[in-house]
Design a protein around this ligand. Sequence first.
Ligand code: SF4
Length: 318
Amino acid sequence: MNEPLLEIKNIRKVYRISGGMFQRRRTLRAVNGVSFAVDRGSVLGLVGESGCGKSTLAKIMLGLETASEGKILLEGQDIAALSCRQRTRRIQPVFQDPYASLNPRKSIQAIISLPLQVHKVGTTAEQNVQVEKIMDLMGLPRRVRYNYPNQLSGGQRQRVAIARALIMKPELVICDEPTSALDVSVQSQILNLLIDLRRELGLTYILISHDLAVVEHLASRVAVMYLGRIVEEAPTEMLFKKPLHPYTTALLTSVLTPDPELGLPETHLGVAYPNPSEPPSGCTFHPRCPKAVERCKVKIPQPVLKDGRMVECHFPNY
Ligand code: SF4
């Protein structure tokens, strides 16, 4: 069997936060023992409500945060041993808001070629050719190369952000809500572009999205995160056809909210998302779970692996 491109092994991220005046500092376990693997050329969809830890996990993978515990292996190599340059050459992000992530004072040519300059790849003439090639691949007209981000449409700006992410030919691209800041009319164009690029360039994606339809369309596997843990992980078709965890079931039967800041559709679970610094006992989903019994309040469910999927629940829906 081929080695996975990326392996996340028992990653934890703990913050000590102030409890306010006269109160002791509290511990926030933003990521609480997350493990998964991503095969080369595949797309892992990562879903979960705001505060579940998915953004922290993305920052750790990008080297913007340091894990308190655990390891991340890229082709078997611990990425902690890679320099910042080596890591950014192999793992690149595409963020939600292309306007915020592009320097408004730089031309499109300067933005796209910046990674080549930082990594000292080729002469200026060779860099210009690379920029032309990637602009063609992105469907960006060459005439916009000397324009500035505010002269482009939202869809074009996201194409520029993707071009910048891909110009160094990374192996892994972490797409954090790549279409949610865009008009509905251009969302599908960007999604189709991501699909085509993956096929043509052999890319691997981790796709963080609040839009389950987008995840179903793009991802080969889906990981569902709740309060710092992956509570279910499965091939996309299996997960959408037959969710095993009650939280996944609630997500799939909920209605999509247009606001990506809310993280996920309104789940109608009756009880609000818990404060991550005061997680419930036992199974942390128990206050919201329609299937919860006494045992769920005291006993933490352990991951169960079966038929190529994983679930953390005492009573999975087999
Ligand atoms: Fe619900 Fe219990 Fe399963 Fe947790 S362990 S998801 S509370 S049934």
